[in-house]
Design a protein around this ligand. Structure first.
Ligand SMILES: NC(=O)c1ccc[n+]([C@@H]2O[C@H](COP(=O)([O-])OP(=O)(O)OC[C@H]3O[C@@H](n4cnc5c(N)ncnc54)[C@H](O)[C@@H]3O)[C@@H](O)[C@H]2O)c1
Length: 369
């Protein structure tokens, strides 16, 4: 178990790109227990701009330098997928707490290596599985744990995005991304499904690629995509419950304010409960013979206790994402494991890799999670 740390927790971020700007820095700004002291990015121009915008006192283009700094307690890894493992290993070797973006690595094997290194170093480790923090997702977990839905029978997840068919940059090459929609989007849904219903026992899945993505958004030709833009699976949980997942980036007409369509539900023996990303402070509930009805998520599930973040105002589908950083800093200050941890990141990636194996071999794959 990690030891409690004193406040402020001094955070260094590696990767000054999109997710850092959208989620991690706004979340740190709201947290009086944390301080952003160091920033790293290999893109010098972006690094200089972000450091000035975010008022960060120290910058580097070398992740190892940031990881070895005495005045950094915790490292956030928010870089392309192929760099997660080496940067995380450097950080935990220096005794830093680490929150790493998903997918943890380029394979479940890398994720396991990261988990083992973090456990051996006794640091707090966390996987950035953002959607676990949606208020309706937390309430759904509460309803399951307290038996309100009865015996869970079916889990169902849809994640439909209407993205342009131009290049995804590093996201579309196996060497830098590992896999496409499966590692980018479906992996979150594998994680929260197991957070709700426990480990999966077996899966049968498929992936597909439709868009060549051989042109950048600026119109320059580039090497075509090597990864999936659609992923789907059937799964059987160890409990006997069934699961069905489908994700795509090519669902025309599913723009929905840029958030896309997300629906995840549990059908229990007593009731059904539904989480939807675009309205995360509302859950849909229904019992036998009824139609699903919207209900406001009770106030105690809207944000973590003591968190100063607003629950209204900006779009709630953005606001709950700040709770990820709150959980990381809370685990460090309280000297406890973070949830979701690298163990959850490893478990989800084992399932994702089993989906690829299942599709390549045309068979169900058994899991030992
Ligand atoms: N949890 C979520 O909901 C969520 C959302 C978006 C992205 N992500 C994940 O976050 C990670 C980053 O995604 P993004 O959308 O911010 O990508 P991005 O391309 O916008 O940003 C990545 C940044 O990392 C920098 N970089 C590349 N290699 C580096 C290295 N070796 N050292 C330091 N900096 C380096 C790049 O210059 C770039 O600025 C990915 O793993 C992605 O899957 C997670």
């Amino acid at each position: 178990m990690p030891k409690p740390s004193s406040v402020p927790v001094r955070v260094g971020i590696v990767g000054a790109g999109a997710v850092t700007g959208y989620h991690h820095v706004p979340a740190l700004r709201l947290d009086p227990r944390a301080e952003l002291v160091a920033l790293c990015d290999t893109n010098q121009e972006l690094l200089a701009r972000r450091a000035s915008q975010w008022d960060v006192p120290w910058t580097t283009t070398d992740p190892e330098q940031l990881c070895h700094r005495e005045d950094v307690d915790a490292v956030v890894v928010a870089t392309p997928n192929h760099t997660h493992c080496p940067i995380t290993l450097a950080a935990v070797e220096s005794g830093k707490h680490v929150m790493c973006e998903k997918p943890l690595g380029l394979s479940a094997q890398q994720a396991q290596q990261m988990l083992q290194a973090a456990q051996a170093a006794g640091v707090v480790h966390m996987t950035a599985f953002t959607y676990r923090f949606a208020p309706s997702m937390k309430y759904l977990l509460h309803l399951l744990r307290t038996g309100s839905l009865g015996q869970p029978r079916h889990f169902r997840s849809q994640r439909f995005l209407d993205w342009p068919e131009t290049s995804w940059g590093w996201r579309q090459y196996r060497a830098t991304a590992g896999a496409g929609d499966l590692y980018d989007m479906t992996i979150h849904r594998l994680d929260f499904a197991m957070g709700l219903l426990g480990p999966l026992a077996r899966v049968c899945g498929a992936v597909a690629r439709f868009a060549p993505r051989d042109t950048t958004p600026e119109g320059t030709p580039c090497p075509p995509s090597e990864v999936d833009d659609w992923s789907a699976l059937l799964g059987i949980f160890r409990s006997g419950a069934t699961g069905v997942w489908e994700g795509t980036t090519l669902a025309k007409g599913y723009h929905l304010r840029g958030f896309g369509h997300e629906w995840a539900e549990v059908n229990g023996s007593e009731a059904t409960a539904v989480y939807r990303l675009h309205e995360p402070n509302v859950i849909l509930l229904g019992r036998h013979g009824e139609d699903l009805q919207p209900r406001s998520v009770p106030v105690e599930f809207l944000k973590p206790q003591d968190s100063p973040r607003p629950t209204e105002g900006d779009d709630p589908a953005t606001l709950f994402r700040y709770d990820l950083m709150w959980e990381f800093v809370s685990a460090i200050v309280q000297g406890r494991d973070a949830v979701p941890s690298f163990a959850d990141g490893y478990r989800a990636q084992q399932v994702a890799d089993a989906v690829l194996e299942s599709f390549q071999q045309g068979r169900w794959v058994e899991l030992e999670l």
